[in-house]
Design a protein around this ligand. Structure first.
Ligand code: SF4
Length: 621
């Protein structure tokens, strides 16, 4: 079992001096079925905070450069933050991270799951999995005990069936993350699933799990997460819930969650439509927030959350499907489907197979366009649920055209040729999420510089952009993208959901208070921002080290379609991005971040962030 410089192997007692953090990682090697507890100290915790920060640091320190993402040596990390699991708003988040098989760079995602809470109650801040089991395996963690269980009979089941079987064995008080057939078959955008609808790890973390023959992790934790001031933390946590309940937009959020974004995106010409050819969709209202309200049967959500934003509807096959904006836009307007019950089928199928619903919608849109343009022999049409569903299954099981599409749009377009690389909608290999950017330069920059490839969550600036110099490429935009990237990165490290702050205006001071009461240490928001910037640069360094020799600013450019094919519909008909202005904006972004013209952090920047060791390694690579 490898260790890194800040960590030494010690007993559980070491954790007693830590508060907020358990102080322990659980290292698991699937090849030899060995495991060990490893502790970290306060200096490490204060520098990287948790969640994504811990994952990025561990990957940087331990993963040999050039390791194949499906090699047993790749690491799969499940990391909580110092607020995860406490009774305070939306604290059920777990980051799942690895080197990505889809992009070749750093990959992660967060998932709301009871596994996060029980992991912390079991006495760990992270599980770090390496190696490969000789046969399908379930990892069972119960407090200090770890078991490796034969999962041969679960292999081939979808994520819902897997979790149901495991809950029968381990009861409802276990937290479970699992993969479906997508992960088993190494679909490059397979994700990790929990609780029938919670999913995380867009850049193929489910496929990495599959490559290790790891079908599921079951976690039971019966201990107490250590806090510096437990009673005050609980009291302040409950006060936070009360504050959220009183927010003016709370009732509307509970009704629609993120679904109201469908109508908003359509009104603002950013709703991805027909493989991002357009930003408006005639059927938007039929798949939007009010259509969802009319069809809704219940709400679901992550642990410790009173904002539960998973909108459950009955799909066209009379099964429950949990909707949010991203999956509805990608599997609805992007495929030309204007029937919410049909979109819901595709969404549920994605969750069952353990396929990322954003990438799936993107890949299906790409395939339909390829079919229409004669690049593939299969006939696939817009607005056709049956064909889209059948192709989703082919992708999960890697059959026929599905086998090629399972590689993601970057690889598929490289193989299909023609003009398809122009409308393969990805950045760095990760399929773009649900905002069209023909008319949104700052959002395009946010996608292009996201630390995992084109994902919206690190800098959702499009709402702000529609209110601020919509078509400009000025400095205000680069500054805002960076500010949002840092703010949001804090949540990826804390182990809590950002939605209370982002969507309801829950003040950020709550989080510094919680952190103080949990850890006993005062962190100003400014300090958290600096940590977030450090982690952002560390992820960047990981990419650059992996792509040493081929990395330059072209890695940070969105797809050609947005520069060359104007919107042909809606109020913003004629809009497209300007490449020269975009390049200038990108250089402005680099300059503001302290990166060179290729987008590489300078030695001065890395040293300012306390990453001198990273500067040395980048220099040498
Ligand atoms: S608001 Fe939604 S995503 Fe956030 S914790 Fe609650 S259910 Fe999960």
């Amino acid at each position: 079992m490898c260790v890194f410089n800040l960590v030494v192997l010690v007993s559980f007692n070491r954790a007693k001096i830590m508060r907020g953090w358990t102080g322990n990682f659980l290292n698991v090697n699937l090849t030899n079925r060995k495991w060990a507890v490893e502790s970290f100290d306060l200096a490490f915790a204060s520098k990287f905070l948790g969640g994504r920060g811990f994952a990025a640091k561990v990957l940087w320190d331990r993963l040999p450069v050039g390791t194949d993402a499906f090699s047993p040596h790749n690491l799969l990390i499940f990391a909580a933050g110092p607020l995860t699991g406490f009774v305070l708003p939306n604290s059920g988040k777990l980051v799942v991270a690895s080197k990505s098989p889809l992009t070749g760079g750093y990959g992660d995602g967060n998932i709301g799951t009871w596994a996060a809470v029980y992991l912390r109650k079991a006495g760990y801040d992270a599980v770090i999995v390496e190696g490969k089991a000789v046969k399908p395996t379930v990892l069972h963690v119960k407090d200090k005990d770890v078991e490796f269980l034969d999962a041969t009979d679960l292999w081939g089941l979808n994520s819902y069936e897997t979790e149901a079987r495991l809950h029968k064995l381990y009861g409802r008080t276990s937290g479970i993350v699992s993969i479906g057939q997508g992960g088993e078959n190494l679909v490059k955008f397979a994700c990790v699933v929990s609780q029938e609808g919670r999913a995380g790890g867009r850049p193929g973390m489910g496929a990495v799990m599959g490559s290790k023959n790891l079908k599921a992790i079951v976690i039971e934790g019966t201990g107490t997460i250590p806090a510096a001031n437990p009673s005050k933390l609980r009291e302040t946590g409950l006060a936070g819930y009360k504050e959220i309940l009183g927010k003016p937009t709370y009732a509307f959020w509970k009704r629609q969650g993120t679904m109201s974004t469908v109508e908003w995106a359509n009104e603002n010409s950013v709703l991805p439509t027909l493989n991002y050819r357009e930003g408006v969709f005639a059927g938007a209202n039929k798949i939007g927030g009010y259509a969802e309200e009319a069809a809704k049967v219940s709400n679901r959500g992550c642990p410790n959350c009173n904002m539960t934003c998973g909108n459950v509807v009955k799909d066209a096959e009379n099964r429950d499907s949990e909707l949010d904006y991203e999956n509805v836009a990608m599997l609805g307007s992007n495929l030309g489907i204007d029937d919410l019950s049909q979109v819901s089928v595709l969404n549920r199928v994605a969750d069952e197979f353990g396929l990322d619903s954003i990438s799936l919608g993107n890949v299906l849109g790409f395939a339909i366009e390829a079919s229409q343009k004669g690049l593939v022999k299969e006939k696939i049409s817009w607005a056709n649920l049956g064909e889209a569903k059948a192709l989703s299954e082919d992708i999960a099981l890697r059959r026929g055209l599905g086998d090629l599409l399972a590689e993601g749009v970057r690889v598929a377009s490289a193989k299909l040729g023609g003009s398809s690389t122009d409308w393969a909608m990805h950045v760095k290999g990760l399929e773009i999420s649900a905002y069209d950017c023909h008319s949104a330069p700052a959002m395009a920059l946010a996608y292009a510089t996201s630390p995992i490839g084109a994902h919206h969550k690190d800098a959702w600036v499009v709402g702000w952009e529609t209110q601020h110099d919509r078509f400009g490429y000025g400095e205000e935009k680069t500054a805002h993208v960076i500010e949002v990237q840092h703010n949001r990165g804090i949540f990826e490290c804390l182990g809590v959901c950002r939605f209370p702050l982002v969507n309801l205006g829950f003040d950020r001071d709550w989080y510094t208070k919680y952190l103080h009461l949990a850890t006993g240490h005062k962190f100003k928001w400014k300090t958290l921002n600096l940590i977030s910037e450090r982690v952002f640069n560390l992820m960047r360094a990981f990419w650059i080290r992996e792509f040493s020799g081929s990395w330059d600013s072209r890695m940070d450019v969105p797809p050609k379609r947005w520069f060359t094919e104007s919107l042909s519909k809606g109020n913003l008909k004629g809009a497209k991005l300007d490449r020269a202005k975009y390049d200038t904006m990108l250089q402005g972004y680099y300059g503001r971040r302290g990166w060179n013209v290729d987008g590489v952090p300078t030695k001065t920047t890395l040293e300012r962030l306390g990453l001198s060791d990273v500067a040395r390694q980048l220099d040498a690579s």
